[in-house]
Design a binder for this molecule. Structure first.
Ligand code: MN
Length: 231
């Protein structure tokens, strides 16, 4: 057994509903503009774009409960509620018909976004990393296994801020379904057990303020409730 020159980093992980066992996180992939209404609100034409992906560090995943910090270097932190797909097996060039066989389970998460930094990056043709991949930028609910929830292809996805409904859509409005997302992503990288995929957000994204109370969910998958911390 080899030794490390510093203490090995902790393994990021997500809770599993009804269990003390946890799901270890390897990588976090996110799908951009996967609901037509959200693509339109971001100024894109949803009919002509193949899916595109960005990533967050594995340790950006934090529980979607308690207090999630308001990050530094932004004055425009946006919420994006998303269904989270957790892979229990991997593969490359996975056919769409085989893709759901890689899924271990599902959860509900937030793709927190520094929208002001993202706008600057878009204008300058720069990477999105600092707009998307900051600390605690990927809150995630407890996961539920496929054995419990199946493969949800429809159902309400929603987010309330301070009791007011801000985002609402249906999983059946995804431009690229989960199987297609997994299949397409597996053409770019070899997917592995432990990878999470944030599958895109419905319309209604907006700015958060310190102290905001968020409740979100995907019907049949789960719900979460958290507070945004002080700046
Ligand atoms: Mn997103």
């Amino acid at each position: 057994m080899s030794e490390f020159v510093i203490s090995a980093p902790a393994q990021p992980s997500v809770a599993v509903a009804g269990s003390s066992a946890r799901f270890p996180v390897r990588r976090v992939f996110c799908v951009g503009r996967n609901y037509a209404a959200h693509a339109r609100e971001m100024g894109s034409d949803p009919s002509r774009e193949p899916p595109f992906f960005f990533t967050k560090p594995a340790d950006a995943v934090v529980p979607a409960s308690g207090t999630v910090p308001y990050p530094p270097m932004t004055a425009d932190l946006h919420h994006e509620v998303e269904m989270v797909v957790a892979l229990g097996a991997g593969g490359a060039e996975v056919a769409p018909e085989q893709a759901l066989g890689l899924v271990w389970g599902y959860g509900v998460g937030l793709d927190l976004t520094r929208r002001d930094l993202q706008a600057v990056a878009k204008d300058a043709g720069r990477p999105w990393d600092m707009a998307k991949g900051f600390d605690a930028s990927a809150p995630c609910s407890a996961l539920r296994p496929v054995a419990d929830v199946g493969h949800p292809g429809q159902g309400r996805i929603w987010l309330e801020v301070n009791g007011q409904l801000k985002q609402e859509g249906d999983l059946n409005e995804m431009i690229w379904g989960v199987a297609e997302v997994i299949s397409y992503l597996s053409r770019f990288v070899t997917l592995q057990a432990g990878d999470l995929i944030y599958s895109g957000t419905p319309s209604g994204v907006a700015a958060l303020q310190p102290g905001d109370r968020l409740r979100g969910g995907v019907d049949g998958v789960g719900e979460f409730e958290l507070v945004i911390g002080t700046r």
